[in-house]
Ligand binder design. Structure first.
Ligand code: ACO
Length: 434
């Protein structure tokens, strides 16, 4: 990607009585940055930014996020418009190719997804070796890493094969996710079908059974499409940065995505949707006193936090949460499914949004706050929620890996540190220590 965002303006930094000039960068949406790459060479200082909250790690043209105004767009298209009008497959194409597909391009892409939907029969046998209670994210991460043994296109120029690898990943992760659920239930796996759309195919692999055929509900398919679209990318979040960082060492796409899946697993990241449901269930089982939990979340001596609240970047209402909340109402109404946890979530949100603690810290519900309730209504078990997130986030990981790989300014990711350990000391042989 050409790095032509330098304005010619220079920022000045004064250290040890000397002024150093550093170039200014301005993005297409007006985001400003100071390029500090020459700072150490010029001054002997490095920039310190634990947690990277104030660090731009790359220049990217995939996703724009304005956390203060609650704006999220993929390749320039507003997320709400995409969620309303597109299928997940169209959005995956958009993220990975840079433009929305024509009908011909979409058909060709869908055909590839169909062609790659099966997983190697030897891989299916892996499922039998996992203990029954294995976390599905552990299975997913290792199975995705294993894909490079079965489909080793990376040996050649990876960018020549990127379309094939992307379609393979998007299609096979869906199959692996559904198979891992079936195996965890002790049920026979259901193979993918070429006559079904991406989301309908997934739901069918999850819920069809030899004794009770699955009836596809179009409202449910629509809601799943929406959920996956809303999760499809979120610029340099923890898992995407992981994919980029691992890939920066020139690691293949499958292994890089597998590392991203591991990062997503954490309860502070993709694992939050599961944590929300566990929290709501626990409040419900303990009498439903949600105000007590809000008080606990505010207590600095209590490590408890409201799961699904707060975000590193959003300092206003998460735009994805608004869409999911509405989708949640629609799906539950269509399925005639009433869920006391949805009422609890709404009550909890209302109380928290009026509370000074949450107002002062700009803490709003995030994408995970309502998504679990929809998944639950669809019949997806709680331990599969983060797998669903991974399925949605795949196109974003692929797009970022591809952009990083293709960037002429690419360098291996290698941050520095401020060492505060012991000063140099003489070595003591083992018998003289004590
Ligand atoms: N409940 C109660 N207090 C909170 C919460 C919460 N959910 N989130 C943040 N705070 C408080 C912190 O205690 C801190 O208070 P203080 O200033 O008095 O010390 C202040 O708000 C700022 O919080 P930080 O932890 O500094 O914010 P950070 O940007 O590092 O963390 C994070 C963001 C991890 C998302 C955090 O808000 C959190 O733990 N939320 C709950 C987990 C969650 O929902 N994660 C999903 C995020 S979205 C995603 O990854 C898809």
């Amino acid at each position: 990607m050409p790095h032509n965002y330098y304005t010619g303006e220079m920022a000045e930094i004064k250290i040890d009585g000397k002024v150093h000039e550093l170039p200014v960068i301005v993005g297409t949406e007006g985001e400003k940055a100071i390029d500090i790459r020459s700072l150490r060479a010029k001054s002997g200082y490095i920039a310190f930014d634990g947690g990277y909250a104030n660090t731009g790690s790359c220049i990217s043209n995939i996703t724009y996020l304005d956390g203060e105004s609650g704006i999220l767009s993929y390749r320039g298209y507003d997320i709400a418009e995409l969620a309303e009008n597109c299928s997940f497959v169209e959005v995956a194409y958009l993220l990975d190719h840079g433009s929305l597909p024509t009908r011909t391009e979409l058909n060709a892409f869908s055909q590839m997804l169909n062609d790659f939907a099966m997983v190697h029969e030897d891989m299916i046998r892996f499922f039998d070796s996992y203990p029954a209670k294995s976390p599905p994210m552990a299975i997913l991460s290792s199975m995705v890493n294993s894909l490079c043994s079965f489909y080793p296109e990376m040996a050649n120029n990876p960018l020549e094969n990127i379309d094939k690898m992307s379609a393979r990943l998007l299609s096979k992760v869906r199959t692996i996710a559904a198979f891992s659920y079936k195996k965890s239930m002790g049920h026979p796996v259901v193979y993918p079908r070429h006559d079904l759309s991406y989301c309908a195919n997934f739901l069918n692999m999850m819920f069809d059974s030899p004794v009770r055929p699955y009836e596809i509900n179009h409202k449910v398919v629509e809601a799943l499409n929406k959920l996956l679209i809303l999760h499809a990318d979120h610029e340099q979040n923890c898992s995407t940065s992981t994919v980029r960082m691992v890939g920066s060492a020139r690691v293949n796409l499958y292994a890089s995505v597998s590392a991203g899946i591991s990062a997503l697993w954490g309860p502070l990241h993709g694992g939050a949707n599961q944590a929300v449901m566990d929290m709501l269930a626990s409040i419900h089982e303990n009498g439903g006193d949600y105000r007590k939990y809000v008080e606990r979340a505010k207590d600095p001596k209590d490590p408890f936090r409201l799961a699904g609240f707060g975000h590193r970047v959003y300092k206003t209402y998460d735009p994805r949460c608004r869409i999911i909340k509405q989708a949640c109402d629609e799906v539950l109404a269509d399925l005639k499914y009433s869920d006391p946890l949805l009422d609890l979530a709404k009550d909890l949100e209302e109380v928290a949004l009026k509370d000074d603690y949450f107002i002062e810290r700009n803490l709003y519900p995030n994408v995970d706050f309502y998504s679990g309730i929809i998944y639950r209504a669809m019949g997806i078990p709680t331990n599969m929620f983060t797998v669903m997130f991974a399925l949605g986030r795949l196109p974003g990981w692929i797009a970022h890996w591809k952009e990083m790989w293709d960037d002429p300014a690419w360098r291996i990711s290698r941050p520095r540190q401020i060492y505060v350990g012991p000063l140099s000391r003489p070595f003591v042989p083992i018998d003289q220590r004590g």
